[in-house]
Design a protein around this ligand. Structure first.
Ligand code: ATP
Ligand code: MG
Length: 763
């Protein structure tokens, strides 16, 4: 392979700066460069170069990526470049790698061999239960807040025992919860996400042999998205690299978006101090986006302070202007997006070329509704994730319980679904018995067969059922076990009944969801099929499968190979690229988030916006809604300040295809004039457009959460009218006989009609 003619392809599609980084001698290196400049590409080529040219064994390379998907793609790309498999290469997320180490060294890590991963949802449930056990009032100690606190302690490497000064009352209470939570996890063999990292770090720190083994093994440690490492991840990397290893990190301080989760962008600066001889490489040419998109991104991010400073340019064309759409409400916004998606699909785009990005997961619902109505296939990436769906988690809880009876979180979930006839009071009694006896719920239940009086029989039927399933499952392949558990637990029947009831009640729509639940249960059985044998590290199928379910859950899986529009949060879009991108919900208080606005710190949100903009290759759409229902309450929104920060000559205000009038009767919020009018958002103009009173008002409530019945019609619904033709419902006003409906008709423009007289036909 040393012949340059043979390795030429490893460097051919690289510019000089990239080439230098890929072929550099083995010193510590930080590639500090903006979005789309080829950092990830350089990392992949560097690994291929090390293996193919420098003759480094794949065994001595550790590559850390941000998602499992990125890890798989990276391996695939390297194999393609080298035309050979590189199975021994360790590539994965921090969590994935930590998990792998803990499985291999469970003894040294003081874990049970069959330890299970506790996902965020279950972690919060467990914390909630402990708060209750400790008699702390749960309105003052919200489980979510306490869980976050525990996780942030772990991210800083703090154990319950390491608080010398116990601090004030609040801290003392938090430490009490942390302590109880920790011992429960220890007793039940549960490891949460933050624990994975902390345990793996402690393992490498405290065990001389383990440390020496990995230092000897990993001569090259390569890290993508370095700007989002937290304190612990940084320390762990440092430990692994040691004196002999070589670190190759790539990152962009402008894309650091996990500060809220403990990521420390300062690690980039620390790196320069703590890794002797670190070379910094800068890449400035962007290969991803058009000139216009890049100019918008640069203009926006310039507003941040304390940047490490980068200059991005492209020799590509300016491309089309960024289109900005001021929607009337979230339905109008979604309708606009779907319309544009269809336009692109009529052109050269495939579905997967189109991505819709939003700030919070809750925004996907309306978008999904409109995509379904428009019959556009889509998938949510990192949204409602397969392994986090209710029925899937129910089935996994049964599987876990069959596997480990002391897992209380799964015990409670299994007891609740399908209902076993053991109510809340009985469960409380059982919990108290477990607490007093110092063991698991299972142990307490078995200890005293009459504990629950008349309910005891029901409880024991449940215990026997679990034992029976465990007997039947012995020696069976995992997929069969999964099937057995789904049927034997009564879950399938439970959801089948649900499907039948929902079908009767809703004549169709709801039963789709129930059907989908049954399909997901089947899908779970198929998913288990790839875990028939112990994996390459010798991990048993059940453990490997459950770990996979917990670790992959954060990303969501594609429905097998179907070409579909991609929906995701801005956070999950990091590192990805799409020809066409829609960023929706650009309203103050939504994006930037309310918390950022209140705290007066917009920098991280601005970086998130920079990430969003730089995902687009050719065309970018931005939109906001003048009215949006948030948590059941309609609010008038102001456009996000980020819109104003984008150089105005990059933007073009756009309208729905039919060139309709904006609704004019709504609180003065209609935009003035027609055609493209980017100057409204120009940075020089005071406020957002003259005469649009609605924009300058702070968000305020205009309707309560309950919605009157409008004859079964809904916002966003498509309807047809005898005279005006087809249209979409934008709003309702008033109730009863005076109820009015506002519709945007495709040909006849916006109309406000009396609902009682309009004789609308749903489409
Ligand atoms: P991000 O900061 O968003 O993670 P990045 O710096 O990792 O971006 P890449 O994803 O590696 O950038 O590259 C962006 C795009 O540019 C990819 O489509 C990549 O294939 C392409 N690209 C990178 N370098 C070159 C090059 N020298 N010639 C042609 N295309 C390139
Ligand atoms: Mg990248």
């Amino acid at each position: 392979m040393n012949d340059l003619a043979e390795v030429g392809h490893l460097v051919r599609q690289l510019n000089d700066a990239q080439k230098e980084a890929v072929t550099a001698p083995p010193d510590h290196r930080l590639v500090l460069a903006g979005a789309g400049s080829g950092k990830t590409r350089v990392l992949v080529h560097r690994i291929a170069w090390l293996i193919g040219v420098e003759r480094v064994s794949p065994l001595s390379i550790l590559a850390v990526t941000f998602t499992n998907k990125a890890a798989n793609e990276m391996r695939g790309r390297i194999e393609q470049l080298l035309a050979m498999p590189v199975r021994q290469l360790w590539v994965g997320t921090f969590h994935g790698i930590a998990h792998r180490m803990l499985r291999l060294h469970w003894k040294e890590a003081r874990l049970r061999q069959d330890f299970q991963i506790l996902d965020s949802d279950d972690q919060q449930r467990l914390v909630k239960r402990i708060i209750k056990q400790l008699d702390l009032p749960d309105d003052q100690w919200p489980a979510k807040m306490v869980t976050n606190w525990i996780n942030s302690q772990k991210e800083e490497g703090r154990r319950p025992g390491s608080f010398d000064d116990m601090g004030d009352f609040t801290q003392r209470a938090l430490v009490r919860v942390y302590t109880a939570y920790h011992s429960t996890c220890e007793a039940q063999g549960l490891v949460d996400f933050a624990e994975l990292l902390l345990r793996a770090y402690e393992l490498c720190r405290d065990h001389a042999e383990v440390q020496a083994h990995y230092r000897r093994k990993f001569r090259h440690v390569l890290v993508d998205e370095f700007q989002d490492t937290n304190t612990l991840q940084y320390l762990w990397l440092k430990l692994l690299v040691g004196d002999q290893g070589v670190l190759f990190a790539v990152g962009d301080d402008d894309q650091s978006v996990y500060g809220w989760r403990g990521a420390k962008v300062e690690n980039m600066i620390k790196l320069q101090r703590e890794f002797a001889g670190l070379e910094i490489v800068r890449l400035e040419q962007n290969y991803r986006s058009t000139g216009t998109i890049l100019k918008a991104a640069n203009g926006l991010i310039e507003r941040n302070t304390g940047r490490l400073g980068k200059n991005l340019w492209t020799d590509g064309s300016d491309g089309a202007p960024i289109q900005l759409y001021a929607a009337f409400n979230e339905y109008d916004e979604a309708e606009f997006v779907v319309q544009r998606i269809k336009d692109h699909l009529n052109g050269p785009c495939r579905h997967a070329d189109l991505a819709v990005l939003y700030r919070s997961n809750a925004q996907s619902r309306v978008m999904e509704e409109m995509l379904i109505r428009g019959r556009v296939p889509y998938r949510i990436y990192g949204g409602l994730r397969f392994f986090e769906r209710m029925e899937v988690k129910d089935a996994l809880a049964w599987l876990r319980l069959v596997h480990n009876r002391d897992d209380d979180v799964s015990f409670e979930r299994a007891l609740a679904t399908p209902p076993q006839g053991v109510g809340a009071t009985s469960l409380d009694k059982l919990r108290a018995a477990a607490r007093d006896g110092g063991g698991s719920l299972w142990a307490a239940a078995r200890r005293d067969p009459t504990l629950l009086g008349r309910t005891s029989a029901k409880l024991h039927q449940f215990l026997d059922k679990v034992d029976r399933l465990a007997d039947q499952a012995r020696e069976q392949p995992l997929a069969q076990v999964m099937d057995l558990v789904i049927n034997g637990s009564g879950l399938r029947e439970h959801y089948q009944k649900g499907a039948a009831t929902e079908a009767r009640a809703s004549r169709g729509a709801g039963s789709d969801q129930a059907e989908a639940r049954l399909e997901n249960l089947d899908e779970l059985v198929s998913a288990a099929r790839s875990f028939e044998k112990p994996d390459e590290d010798g991990v048993e199928p059940v453990s490997a499968f459950l770990a996979h379910a917990a670790l992959e859950a954060g990303e969501g899986q594609a429905t097998a190979g179907e070409d579909s529009v991609q929906l995701m949060t801005l956070h999950s879009a990091k590192g990805l690229e799409f020809p066409v991108v829609f960023i929706v919900g650009l309203e103050n208080g939504l994006f930037p988030s309310m918390r950022a606005v209140e705290e007066g710190n917009l920098e991280e949100e601005r970086r998130l916006c920079y990430v969003g903009i730089t995902r687009a290759r050719q065309q970018l759409y931005l939109s906001y809604a003048e009215v949006r229902r948030i948590h059941g309450v309609e609010q008038i929104g102001m456009p996000s300040p980020f819109i104003k920060e984008i150089p105005s000559d990059c933007l073009m205000e756009t309208r729905p295809r039919a060139g309709l009038l904006r609704p004019s009767s709504f609180g003065g919020a209609g935009s003035a004039g027609g055609g493209s009018n980017a100057s409204r958002y120009g940075s020089g103009g005071g406020g957002y457009g003259g005469g649009t009173g609605g924009y300058t008002a702070p968000p305020r409530r205009i309707h309560g959460a309950s919605t009157p019945d409008y004859g079964g019609l809904k916002l966003g619904q498509r309807v047809s009218h005898a005279k005006f033709g087809e249209g979409v419902i934008l709003s309702f006003e008033g109730e009863g006989e005076r109820a009015q409906v506002e519709i945007r008709f495709r040909d006849a423009g916006n109309k406000r009609l009396l609902l009682g007289l309009a004789k609308l036909q749903p489409l």
